[in-house]
Design a protein around this ligand. Structure first.
Ligand SMILES: [Zn+2]
Length: 445
């Protein structure tokens, strides 16, 4: 017995010396982020003088299969459940098995059981599928109100980012009152703006900090009045840091939304926003190199994005995406407002807005200036204008000019890349399943 306990102590010491059991764990998830999304943002970042993406510099790599139990093409709920809990499930399920009967335990709960504080951060709504996979147990992701109740019930230390979707849904069978009020009653300090976030200090207790009613603004539209994903991550570190360590999941959720919209510039700006948050974690890791693990993965690919487009042949022109000044949503809103202000708003009027927001030019020769629209692109824009879908046409013309192709408005089965650095990172290599991420993490926590 003595010999056995001696061996056990030896093993624990060896583990500690080897640095495999991280005290601080960051798990970053780019929703809809596979290799194409990482590399489009990477090439753009280099072109703009920002250098390579930090999330692509992490030394350990694993190609990661993303299928759910019912489809090769997963949704975010099944993927989040697999990444968080270590078991694949049906699309739509949140923290539950395929039958929707058995609750699964996420790495966040395991971390908390082992004395760590827990933070959940996202750029979309805090009760959306990906964050929910870490704290909720519901048969379907659409049960936003019930997932909000699970958020409160988790007792996790920090929730930050986008707002609670359907927070006061009186039609929900479980309705008990507004989620924000219930959270406050349960001991959460609730802050709902940037000033509130910045005023938070360590020792605050449990925190629910949201920056918007719904998702945070698209990064490409951000004006500085709403805290960024990186700012929510930085504040999370301050609030969670303690002698027991912490686990923090940070989701770049709107990469997926821009993928569904086939919008290249918006997509890469969301990846850059996630990369800024990763940089915050890596800076923290520099101070605690032997005790910190940083993992960056995606839950699935969205849009069938690729680098290369028939129209541009053997070339890509990433720098042309700098001409896009706002998201497709913001552009659609501008068009709507312009039409309201001028009932006989014509395509010629729209041209001015297209020039301002996408850099498209309608005079001169396309051969002399690549931002001049050619006959085919002009027809796409004119058709889009006629069908009241000009924003849609504009983002596709933009993708074509940059040399980016899209094959789908949905998710695809393309594997994602998992990169990692720090204590225990050597476990995340090879060709793995998304569920392996939680299984490996559980052995480290
Ligand atoms: Zn999606």
């Amino acid at each position: 017995m003595k010999k056995l306990s001696f061996l056990f102590v030896l093993a624990v010491c060896a583990c500690a010396l080897y640095g495999r059991n991280p005290k601080y764990v960051f798990l970053f998830i780019g929703d809809g982020m596979a290799t194409p999304q990482r590399m489009v943002a990477d090439e753009f970042s280099r072109k703009m003088g920002r250098g390579q993406l930090a999330l692509n510099t992490l030394p350990y790599h694993a190609t990661t299969r993303t299928n759910s139990t019912d489809s090769l093409v997963t949704d975010s709920a099944a993927a989040a459940t697999a990444i968080a809990c270590g078991e694949k499930t049906r699309s739509g399920r949140v923290g539950m098995d395929s039958e929707g009967k058995r609750k699964l335990e996420s790495v966040a709960y395991v971390a908390r059981r082992n004395g760590k504080k827990v933070g959940i951060v996202t750029s979309v709504t805090i009760n959306h599928a990906t964050p929910a996979g870490f704290y909720a147990h519901r048969p379907h992701r659409s049960q936003y109100y019930a997932i909000g109740l699970d958020l409160i019930g988790s007792g996790f230390d920090y929730f930050g980012g986008g707002g609670v979707q359907k927070n006061d849904d009186k039609t929900a069978p479980e309705y008990k009152g507004d989620i924000y009020e219930l959270a406050a009653k349960a001991g959460y300090k609730v802050v709902r703006d940037k000033a509130g976030l910045l005023a938070l200090r360590p020792g605050e207790g449990k925190v629910l900090a949201v920056g918007a009613k719904g998702k945070l603004p698209y990064s490409i539209d951000a004006k500085g009045d709403v805290a960024t994903l990186a700012e929510y991550t930085a504040r999370g570190i301050e609030l969670l840091d303690n002698p027991g360590g912490f686990f923090m999941m940070v989701e770049g959720g709107a990469i997926d939304w821009c993928g569904h919209a086939n919008e290249a510039a918006g997509n890469l700006h969301e990846v850059l926003a996630l990369d800024e948050a990763v940089r915050v974690a890596l800076k923290f890791a520099e101070k605690h190199p032997d005790e910190t693990l940083v993992i960056v993965t995606g839950d699935h690919e969205t849009g069938g994005m690729t680098m290369g487009f028939a129209g541009t042949g053997y070339a890509m022109y990433m720098e042309r995406l700098i001409n896009q000044k706002c998201s497709h949503d913001a552009f659609a809103a501008k068009i709507k407002a312009a039409k309201k202000a001028k009932p006989d708003f014509s395509f010629e009027d729209a041209e001015k807005l297209l020039t301002e927001n996408f850099g498209f030019k309608f005079t001169d020769d396309p051969k002399k200036d690549p931002m001049v629209v050619n006959a085919k692109e002009l027809k796409m824009l004119q058709d889009g204008f006629k069908k009241n879908k000009l924003a849609n046409a504009a983002r596709l013309v933009m993708a074509g000019k940059a040399g980016i192709g899209w094959t789908s408005g949905s998710h695809t089965a393309l594997p994602v890349l998992t990169t990692s650095k720090g204590a225990g990172a050597e476990l995340f290599v090879g060709f793995i399943e998304n569920s392996d991420i939680a299984r490996k993490l559980k052995t480290l926590l």
